[in-house]
Design a binder for this molecule. Sequence first.
Ligand code: NI
Length: 182
Amino acid sequence: MAKLTILEFPDPRLRTVAKPVAHVDDALRTLIADMFETMYAAPGIGLAATQVDVHRQLLVLDISEDGSKPMVFVNPQILARDGEQVYQEGCLSVPGIHAEVQRANHIRVRAQDRDGAVFELDAEGLLAVCIQHEMDHLAGKLFVDYLSPLKREMVRKKLAKARKDAAAEKADPAAPARAGTA
Ligand code: NI
């Protein structure tokens, strides 16, 4: 297994629309294993292939407390949705940022599993949020797209500054992690 690099906003590659997976084969299962390793290490509860620069319709997630319920969705489709919920979301591609997003409370999803078998699943609450969030990634969409343009620009600047500070810290390990932090 190998840990993969996660693309970060505003990387334009995150805007790529994923293509369907034609064959669920060993190469895909290797990618799935690498995506789980990457997601658990981050740590995160969901990861779309788009985030690791693979533009195929594949996502993995695990919303359990102890990382015991890995779920794989290949070529996911939402068949039905109803109700609404607002959840404070975060994203491994937008590190350190959280914001409320409104989504359907209940969804019915059809997808293929890691063996290519088709299944359908009813999801609600956090699981429904997570599936919708990851499916957005496959469509080239990020949760910050639901924010106002002004807020999204603030997020972009905050991340640019965090990256700059991290680079400066790497160059000079004795320097404080963030300017202005006493
Ligand atoms: Ni995300």
